[in-house]
Design a protein around this ligand. Structure first.
Ligand SMILES: *Cc1c(COP(=O)(O)O)cnc(C)c1O
Length: 247
């Protein structure tokens, strides 16, 4: 390396400059989609999905002003963001909004307590047994925790996919109301691959309206402009921000 200069040690996130450029493009596209839908872009939360990407990539996004992130796995999210939280305050000179971590992947019941301790939002509440485990975890947690919980709806009724079936949502919500610790205030979905997502987005919005749930998490890298047109209040973008995942 010429002159012994190493970008990796002096400025670990310089190597990830493209992330700032991607974020800027995405924000512009979000603003355009919001304008086309006569919506306020400030009402659309951008979640940067950092699964399989290293903490340095997340740091580059933070440097570019991003502070909402999404992870699929409790262990990966906990490890990455515990480290980041330690250096986060020293990273920038101005006061920062808090780092916010959203769990968007499947959650095992035995990880419920860890999940509520490390994630601000759990968007993958998809079965009664998990609701009961979250209720128990929240009863136990000290100090008291109050994460937002979104129900994942299997909007395309796909047998291989997680989520509550649309026709079972009302009964599931009634069941969850018996568990006073659960603050359910949103819905999340992943529409079927290779189909027009718009009817599925519209159906999720109708379900949220029917049950007076304010948060609507839908839209990924390939379809977020359609999701915004259909009323998404948060979009979850991985590839469009961080590039292809190495799996
Ligand atoms: C991975 C993932 C995303 C991000 O997907 P991209 O297509 O890379 O934007 C969004 N939501 C969920 C639930 C995911 O698992």
């Amino acid at each position: 390396m010429p002159g012994g200069y190493s970008r990796m040690t002096t400025e670990p996130y310089a190597h990830y400059d493209y992330i700032a450029a991607n974020l800027q493009q995405v924000r512009q596209a979000v603003a355009r989609a919001a304008e086309a839908a006569k919506r306020d872009p400030a009402q659309i939360k951008l979640i940067a999905v950092s699964k399989f990407h290293p903490a340095e990539a997340v740091m580059a996004a933070i440097k570019a002003g991003q502070h909402e992130f999404g992870e699929n796995r409790v262990q990966e999210g906990k490890k990455k963001f515990t480290e980041l939280a330690q250096i986060y305050p020293a990273m920038m000179s101005t006061p920062l909004p808090p780092l916010c971590l959203n769990l968007i992947g499947p959650l095992q019941t035995n990880k419920a307590l860890e999940a509520v301790m490390h994630f601000h939002t759990i968007q993958s509440l998809d079965r009664p047994k998990l609701a009961a485990s979250l209720q128990m975890a929240l009863q136990k947690a000290k100090p008291k925790l109050n994460p937002n919980l979104y129900i994942e709806v299997n909007i395309g009724k796909e047998p291989q996919k997680a989520g509550i079936m649309p026709e079972d949502l009302a009964a599931f919500l009634t069941e969850c109301k018996q568990m006073p610790e659960l603050k359910i205030n949103g819905l999340m979905c992943i529409p079927p691959q290779g189909q027009n997502p718009v009817p599925y987005f519209n159906l999720l919005r109708q379900l949220a309206e029917r049950h007076a749930l304010p948060h609507l998490s839908m839209g990924m890298s390939a379809d977020y402009t359609e999701a915004i047109a259909a009323g998404a209040t948060e979009i979850r973008l991985g590839t469009a921000i961080f590039g292809q995942r190495q799996i």
